[in-house]
Design a protein around this ligand. Structure first.
Ligand code: FE2
Length: 286
């Protein structure tokens, strides 16, 4: 449970895994068709020193921040927030209701909410940078058609196609949503020396061409160094591909604040007590 009582599945996160997933700090999967498991949401909380990326697959999330920016993300939408020097925000998952019918002709009212939140570390020299919000609306991320599949490119470059999230990129992240039909296979180039991760969302796939083992949904795969990810699937698979340049910097982690030293954590806590946590105003960038 996190926030004010949202049932979620922490795929990874915390000091025990940061060395393996650097520059990625945490990945949460939230999904339920029972509003009691998510409606308490993530009320007002601070962030500093990181980026949070929320990718919604079903339902909606209403968000609001300390500068008065507010909006709603719907299925297929993504919010990429650079907290930098500091923001306060709240994120409230909600069912799709009758009031959303005008916007979402293809989605019927229902109580299911399903999505992912990823935290990406910022390098030491960018931790106190200006906060930035970016909303990537459904359809704005390019889709690459494969022989038996489709890749939605959110950040980075996949099969020669670049995703829409570029500004503020400090760890050169790749974030892609890959859907393979039964019997399909794909080879995706990644950069040597980067950490490469896959989270299986649906179905099952083979992520090692030398192995017969097929890995089902709900699993995270960490790749060894190399320059490609080869995937095949008998019955179809949907997965998120992540890669990024490891920072190899010291990590001091206190809840939603991730810095390099204990002193910086104490400074953040003192800022919170004194009401000086938010250093800079920031606009919502669509
Ligand atoms: Fe948050």
């Amino acid at each position: 449970m996190d926030g004010a009582g949202v049932r979620l599945y922490r795929v990874f996160g915390g000091m025990e895994t940061v060395g393996l997933t650097d520059p990625f700090l945490l990945l949460d999967f939230f999904g339920s068709n029972d509003p009691r498991e998510y409606e308490a949401g993530f009320p007002w909380h601070p962030h500093r020193g990181i980026e949070t990326v929320t990718y919604l697959m079903e339902g909606k999330v209403e968000h609001e921040d300390s500068e008065g920016n507010r909006g709603v993300i719907f299925p297929g939408d993504l919010q990429w927030m650079t907290a930098g020097s500091g923001i306060f925000h709240q994120e409230m998952p909600k069912p799709i209701g009758e009031e959303d019918r005008g916007l979402l002709q293809t989605v019927m009212p229902n109580t299911t909410v399903k999505g992912l939140q990823l935290w990406i570390n910022l390098p030491a020299n960018r931790k106190m940078s200006s906060p930035v919000y970016r909303d990537v609306r459904r359809g704005h991320a390019p889709k690459v058609e494969l022989d038996g599949g489709v890749v939605t490119v959110i950040a980075g470059k996949i099969l020669g196609v670049e995703g829409p999230v570029k500004a503020g990129m400090t760890v050169d992240p790749t974030y892609a949503d890959v859907n393979l039909e039964p019997e399909a296979e794909v080879s995706l180039k990644v950069k040597n020396g980067y950490n490469v991760l896959v989270y299986v969302l649906e179905g099952r796939g083979r992520f090692d061409p030398n192995s017969k083992t097929s890995i089902p949904e709900g699993n995270l795969i960490l790749f060894e160094d190399g320059d490609e990810v080869r995937v095949s699937s008998d019955k179809g698979v949907r997965f998120i591909l992540l890669s990024g340049r490891p920072l190899n910097e010291p990590v001091a982690w206190y809840g939603p604040i991730v810095m390099n030293t204990e002193e910086q954590i104490l400074e953040a806590l003192s800022d919170l007590r004194r009401g000086t946590f938010v250093r800079e105003k920031h606009p919502l960038v669509e």
